[in-house]
Every structure is written in structure tokens, then in C-alpha cells.
Design a protein around this ligand. Sequence first.
Ligand code: ADP
Length: 255
Amino acid sequence: MLILSAQGVVKKFGSFRALDGVDVEVERGKVTLIIGPNGSGKTTFVNVVTGVYKPDGGKLLYYTKEGKAVDITGLPSHKIFETGIVRTFQIPQVFQRLTVLENLLVVARGQRGEGLLPALARNWVREEEELARRAFRILKAVRLADKWDRPAYLLSAGEMKLLELARALMAGADLIILDEPIAGVPVDQAHEVFKTVRDINQSQSVTFLVIEHRIDIAFRYVDYVYAMASGRVIARGLPDEVASDPKVKEVYIGR
Ligand code: ADP
């Protein structure tokens, strides 16, 4: 069952085609990876999927849990966010001076977007308790529960990535898009980040679309891989298949 289907997506900057007819299918419940050398169009693709850019051609479909296709082509990013496609940096940045728990609670509050009166009219104490319980469940899933009262600035690089992931879960994400989740993260912590992505994928049935440069680490934790070069998909398949694809080898090694 699919969660996202990109069909023949084109994005031009002037006359330059940063995306030149990209077809990508993301399976619900899986972890899909997009790789490609610098400038191959990965970030542009994510920007088109999340509504930062409107595509100049092609189609983007999101499939609900019930399998209903929703055309999200060219929708503004807040609309796409509402469907459940959440890119980690769509959520306001981590607040360094707030605690880990507070960083989750502000995501939930920001989402509600209602005036003061309806909020006052409800049983807010019970609601706050429920939010805190939900936040703790999520912090457990990302292995940050024991750091709940720590200010975010004391976290390691890897823990900061996990906090971003927790915030995406708090926002109610169905499909989480991670843009280089282990950039600048030391190797041992990088494995922790990917292990946690895997755990969450399985325990919370959340789908992931990940862009990553460090394929030596990422390949061990993903189900399916797309390789891009010059705005096109040049290979797709299981990690082993893509790793041994001659076109992929050429792009990474043979230049
Ligand atoms: P990747 O994420 O794979 O490194 P990008 O999607 O960032 O690649 O970029 C793909 C190509 O599009 C690059 O040649 C880049 O210079 C170009 N590009 C990206 N964004 C813009 C922009 N806003 N204006 C003009 N060219 C851009």
C-alpha cells in the first residue's frame, strides 16, 4: 500500500530542470531512502513534496490510511502538513532553553491554533495531563524519557535529532521526511538515530522518507532506496540492489 506517489515531477529554476520527471513511490509502513550526489535534486524534491515549491509538471498523490488518494500537487505547505506529511524542520526549531518535555508540549499547543475562549471553556487541566502523557510515551519511544527535564542545549547532536523526531511524532505525523538526519552526528550516535527511526517505524507504524549522504550507515536500516542524479531517478530497489547498480557506482565513484 502506498502513502506517497510522485509521478513525472518537474521543477525548473529558470530554464534549468532541477527535477526532470521524477517518479518516486513510498510504501506505507516502510523506511524509504533517497540518495544522490550533491546537486542531484534531493532537497528540491522534498521541497516540492512539502509544498515549499510548486512543481512545474507532474503529480503528487498522498494516500490516507484508508487508501484514499488525495491530490497534493502544488498545495501550500501548511495544507500538506495537515495531511500528516511532516518534515522535521517544518516544525519550529528546537527551543534551546526549554526542557525536552516542554519542547514537545509547545508543538502540540502550536498545532491547536484556537482562540483563548474555547480553550478556557474546556477542562484544560485534564487536557494538559493527557498531552504530557502522550509526550512521555513519545519520549520513551525515542529513548529520551530519562532526559525529560534537561534543557535542550545540553543534548548531544544525536539526541537533538531524536528530539526533532519526537516533535514530528507529537505533531501527529503519518509520513515523516528526514533531511539528512545524521549530518554532523558522530558515528555511534548516528547508528542510534537510525535504530530509533527503525523502532518508531515498527512500533508506531509511522512511514519514513529519508534523504541521507552517509549511505554506509543508512543502507543498513532502510527497506527501499532511490538513487538520483541530475534531477532524475537513476536506480531504485532494495539496498543491496542499488548498492551494486553500475549507474550508481559510476555516479559515486567513477567520476
Ligand atoms: P541536492 O539536495 O541533491 O544536493 P538540490 O535539490 O539542492 O540538490 O539542488 C538541485 C539543483 O538545483 C542544483 O544544481 C542546485 O544548484 C539547483 N537549485 C536548487 N535550489 C535552487 C534555487 N532556489 N534556485 C536555483 N537553483 C537551485
